[in-house]
Design a protein around this ligand. Structure first.
Ligand code: HEC
Length: 113
């Protein structure tokens, strides 16, 4: 059975073969990387919402695991958070989410893109 999400992906990918990657791969849902019982769950969720919302205004969702944690902390977040005009709290949420994705991404990490 074809899920509506897969169908949508097919439509989105039709014109851009090179950048065809699902949002679930680029920015895995928090449920795949953390347990709902974790105290940080809500914090991580708001980080992902900002990521797929404010961070996709100029480009599509970047594949988080394509960049190292050092790059995210030292370069990407300081630059992009200014571009997206994030508050320090929002930046902290996104960084916590990115950190969780990279550290807990065992099964969601794409093999090679
Ligand atoms: C105002 C437009 C804009 C917004 C908003 C924006 N970006 Fe970007 N982003 C860019 C541009 C332009 C580039 C490519 C040029 C560059 O690297 O500076 C880029 C590149 C990137 C890259 C690739 C960097 C690399 O070294 O390959 C990542 C990752 C990224 N953005 C993440 C984010 C995140 C996370 C957010 C939200 C906090 C965000 N972007 C919001 C414009 C934006």
């Amino acid at each position: 059975m074809k899920s509506p999400q897969l169908y949508l992906l097919g439509v989105l990918c039709a014109g851009s073969l090179s950048s065809c990657v699902s949002l679930e791969t680029a920015a895995p849902p928090v449920a795949t990387i953390a347990s709902p019982t974790q105290t940080s769950y809500t914090h991580l969720n708001s980080g992902r919402e900002i990521y797929v919302g404010k961070c996709t205004k100029c480009h599509s969702a970047e594949i988080i695991v394509k960049h190292s944690l050092d790059d995210w902390k030292g370069d990407i977040m300081p630059t992009m958070s200014k571009k997206a005009k994030l508050s320090p709290a929002e930046e902290a949420s996104v960084m916590a989410y990115v950190n969780a994705v990279i550290k807990g991404s065992g099964s969601t990490q794409p093999t090679k893109i």
